[in-house]
Design a protein. Sequence first.
Length: 334
Amino acid sequence: MESKGRFINELPPQGETTLLAVVLEKELRPKRNGGSFLALRFADRTGEIDAKVWDNPEQVSQAFDCDDIVKVRGIVEVYNEKPQLIVSRIRRCGPHEYAPADFYASSSRDPEEMLGELQGFVALVQIEPLRQLLENIIADPVIAAAVKSTPAALKIHHAFRGGLIEHILSLCNLSVALCAHYPRLNRDLLVAGAILHDLGKVETLAPAGVRFAYTTRGQLIEHVTLGLEILERHSSRMPEFPVELKTILQHLIVSHHGDLDKGALRRPMLPEAFALSLLDLLDARMEQVFHLIDSCPCGDQFTPYIPSLERQLFRGFACAPVDQPNERDGGIAA
C-alpha cells in the first residue's frame, strides 16, 4: 500500500509535497493567452484543495477520471488568499494502494450504538400505531444498513459517513428537550418528525467509489419525495393506520425546510412542524459552524468567507486550538 503522505489539512503553506487524494473535479479550461490548462479539485477525509496542471494538460487529463484515487506531486502556493497545488506528476492508484477511510470522514460514534439509541427514541413514542410504524421502518434491513453509513448531505452539514443518523439523533435529543420546555408540543409527533424528516436520504445518496454521490432518483426527485415514499410504503402495510396521523407525518416531512424558497413544499402549519423546521436548521447550522471553526488553521482569528452563511466566523482572540472531546475522525465537506 502506498503511503498516504500528508493529509490536506497538514499541507505546508508553500513548498513541494506528495499525497494521495480523490479527484472531485476535472476540467480543461482555456488560458488567456491561448492553449489550455487542467483545473482539478482534490479531497481526502480532512479537506479539499484546488489544483492546476499547466504542462501537457490534455494528455494528463486522460490518465484518470473523477472519483479516482491519485498520487500527486506538486508545489503548494497561495492564490487569491487560498492554497492551491501546482501539479508536476500525477497517476491513478490501484485499489490495493490506499485505504478508503482516508478519503471520506466518518462519525466518531459506533454506528450500531447510534442505531440502538435511535431504537430507544422510537420506544419513547406512546401512540401505539405511530410507534409500530417507526419500529417497522427502522427494522427494515435496507433502511437500517443505509442510515448507519449515509451522510446527511454532500456539503454544508453532517457531510460524513454516519452523518445522517447523527443528525437524526441530535434532533431527537433536541425534540425531547424542547417538549420539556414547551409541554403543549406533542413529543410523539416531534420525535417522529425528527426520525422521518431526512430519511429519504438513504435512497438519495449512495456510495460511489470511496465517497458518496446522488443516485439517479435522488437527482430527479430528491429526499423529501423519497421520504414520503418510505412513509407510504410502510404505512400501507398497516391497514388500520389512521389517515389523519399519516397526513400529519407527511406534513412534517414536506414542511421541514421551513420556507418555500429553502425547499419546503409547504410552510409549517402546526406547532410541531414549526419546531421541527427550527430544530433542523439549528442543528445543521451549529454542526457547520463548529466544523468550519475546527478546520481553520489554528493561527487564524477568522474563517474564510462562507457563502452559505453569508459571513466569516470569528474563532476567538486567542486563536489557540481547543480540545474537542467528541471530535470525529476527519471532517470533509463532501
